[in-house]
Write a protein that binds this ligand. Structure first.
Ligand SMILES: Nc1ncnc2c1ncn2[C@@H]1O[C@H](COP(=O)(O)OP(=O)(O)OP(=O)(O)O)[C@@H](O)[C@H]1O
Ligand SMILES: [Mg+2]
Length: 614
């Protein structure tokens, strides 16, 4: 997508001066494999030399074999060439193996390192940078770099060597002709450099638009049911078609530039060759030069030419790869906004206190989600948060888990700000059952076990039982080993919720965060889960968000949240007696099952008509 941070910055990087700089970052990935790198370089130099020495073979062939009509000379030349051919083949084998190995290894390492870093980045990052796009970088961009290291760089090195070697041998063979060739070289260089620069810019754009295509497809396919149910296939087809077409158009421009690049190089080079042959031919005719020398010279010139063409080709690759490296390095160095440098030793069983907490989501700088939020969560107690949708209840959970840090005010545990503790130690204390359960593809045991890596089979079963999930799991074909599909699509909403609950139970946290943890359950299962929860939450700090007040009436305290702050805290009865918002929420809910009470009426319903217990 064009409005995201990374694409924007890459499109804004016009300077050619820093064009290949990002590639320098790759050196640190090559360094650990330096012995292979050295071996590959040796093989490379060796093959380049062997290749160049073929020119010598050609000279013997012509001057001693053909010119003298000598069998011996012919045999000598052929034997020489066979030996050189064998040397070249073995050198090429070693070089190819080692260099491709390096390419694969470095791109694998890079992929891994980038992913490892992405795991630690603050979740807010992924609101602006779509997962699909990042994934495409991890695959296409690393593949580009793999090609770069696995072939382009070695081609470039080999061609450079050949180029230098050919030049030296050419000057030794015939200095005047070499000079003529050399005049042609700068002429070819100019258009090549100019076109190369444009190729790079277009490559960056091309990669970004392909990433955006992938992103779009991913999102649509993940939500295929919504697409089909609202019959937006045609619309999605058009939008996708347009994106694909944009990607194609950019790619087409890039290919065009590259085609020009190649054509220019070839044409200019051949022009030079023809000029050289003509001048050289004159010398041979006049007897100033042997036919063998001209033959060898032409051979060197062809080598030089092809080396040069390869280089101009590789130059394009290098610039493409530089674009890819730039984007990957960005991801590699992406810092987390959540600073993890707290060193306080972690106490146990303390109160969590929010004092004057203000929080603004980075993407909504003008509307604070929380403002002047004050709340004390005593240890070992159950505190419920109620309030209208969008009041900021889930947001406080985000802050508690340090997915974001407060904009102003403080969130403390045991009197110290959460950032005074190490992130790992703090999160170890928490377990969340999120508002919409997030599961992974895999079986049920894996998903419950996600809560605690060290859990035994028995513990997983016990957690499933505590979450009232055992009964439905047993009815599945493979029990705990039943696969649940991507994001758990093969389960019902209520089943997913119970798996998420079991996962949190398995972690056995000091602080349990339940965000609408039972909202998707039927009344009967909810009743049982509530029973299990009351067992679980006893003596455990628990924060429950619930819309259904019946589920939280027994909480030690209930905080009413409205518009980003806490408007009142008390028990169910206290709040019923004094908190207008709570009365409204309560009267609407407890009246609804009887039907027929409309909203306006229920708003004026006196608190006393609300049943004390349900
Ligand atoms: N990632 C986000 N980026 C920007 N704004 C957000 C983000 N998440 C939530 N908000 C906004 O913050 C406000 C509080 O949202 P929050 O999710 O805390 O509400 P809630 O009380 O949990 O509501 P509900 O009961 O519907 O779950 C809302 O106005 C919402 O639009
Ligand atoms: Mg919420």
């Amino acid at each position: 997508m064009t409005d995201n941070e990374i694409t924007a910055s890459e499109e804004n990087s016009p300077s050619k001066t820093k064009s290949l700089k990002p590639l320098r970052e790759l050196l640190q990935f090559l360094w650990p494999h330096k012995s292979r790198l050295i071996a590959a370089s040796v093989a490379l130099v060796f093959t380049a030399m062997a290749q160049l020495s073929l020119g010598y073979g050609i000279r013997i062939l012509i001057d001693q074999g053909f010119a003298n009509s000598s069998q011996d000379g012919l045999r000598q030349a052929v034997v020489f060439m066979i030996v050189v051919g064998f040397a070249m083949a073995s050198g090429a084998f070693i070089r190819f193996y080692l260099v491709s190995w390096l390419g694969e290894r470095v791109s694998a390492d890079l992929r891994e390192k980038v992913f490892n870093n992405l795991l630690t980045v603050h979740p807010g990052f992924y609101e602006k940078n779509y997962a699909g796009e990042i994934m495409s970088r991890l695959t296409t961009d690393t593949t580009l770099l793999q090609t770069l290291i696995g072939s382009s760089v070695s081609l470039a090195a080999r061609s450079t060597l050949t180029l230098i070697g050919a030049l030296i041998l050419m000057s030794l063979t015939n200095f005047k002709l070499t000079l003529i060739m050399l005049i042609g070289v700068p002429l070819t260089l100019l258009p090549v450099l100019y076109l190369g620069r444009r190729v790079r810019k277009l490559s960056n754009k091309s990669q970004a638009s392909i990433a955006s295509v992938g992103n779009r497809a991913g999102e649509v396919l993940q939500s295929i049911k919504i697409v089909q149910s609202f019959q937006r296939e045609a619309m999605e087809r058009d939008v996708f078609g347009r994106e694909v077409d944009i990607a194609f158009q950019i790619a087409r421009k890039r290919i065009q530039q590259r085609a020009w690049l190649m054509a220019c190089a070839i044409f200019l080079f051949l022009g030079g060759m023809v000029g050289m042959m003509w001048t050289g031919g004159q010398d041979v005719l006049a007897g100033r030069m042997s036919g063998g020398d001209l033959g060898a010279f032409v051979f060197y010139a062809v080598m030089l030419g092809s080396a040069f063409a390869t280089l101009s080709e590789v130059w394009g690759d290098l610039q493409r790869a530089a674009g890819a490296a730039e984007r990957l390095v960005e991801l590699l160095h992406q810092d987390s906004d959540i600073v993890d440098d707290g060193e306080e030793s972690m106490p146990y069983g303390q109160a969590v206190v929010a004092s004057d907490l203000t929080f603004v989501y980075p993407s909504r700088p003008n509307t604070p989600a929380l403002s002047g939020f004050n709340l004390t969560i005593p240890p070992g107690k159950t505190l419920a948060l109620v309030g209208p949708s969008g009041a900021g209840k889930s947001t406080i959970f985000e802050l508690l888990q340090r997915f974001y840090d407060p904009t102003a005010g403080q969130l403390t545990y045991g009197g110290k700000t959460l950032s005074d503790y190490s992130l790992a130690q703090w999160r170890q204390k928490l377990a969340l059952v999120p508002q919409s359960p997030i599961l992974f593809s895999g079986d049920i045991a894996y998903n419950i076990g996600y809560g605690n890596a060290d859990a035994s089979r028995e513990q997983i079963e016990a957690a499933a039982e505590a979450a009232y999930a055992k009964e439905f799991i047993e009815r599945l074909p493979n029990g705990l080993e039943s696969e649940i599909g991507a994001q758990g699509v093969q389960l019902s909403g209520g089943q997913r919720q119970r798996i998420a609950l079991a996962r949190a139970i398995l972690k056995n946290p000091e602080i349990l965060l339940l965000d609408e943890a039972t909202s998707a359950l039927d009344t009967e299962s909810e009743h049982y889960v509530q029973l299990a929860l009351s067992e679980l939450t006893r003596d455990r700090t628990t924060i429950v968000i619930a819309h259904r007040l019946s589920t939280i009436m027994n909480a030690d305290a209930i905080a009413v949240v409205d518009n980003g702050s806490v408007v009142d805290v008390g028990t169910h009865n206290e709040l019923l007696a004094r908190c207008g918002l709570y009365q409204r929420l309560a009267s609407m809910q407890f009246k609804e099952p009887d039907g027929n009470v409309d909203e306006n009426q229920s708003k004026v319903m006196p608190a006393t008509v609300v049943p004390e217990a349900v």
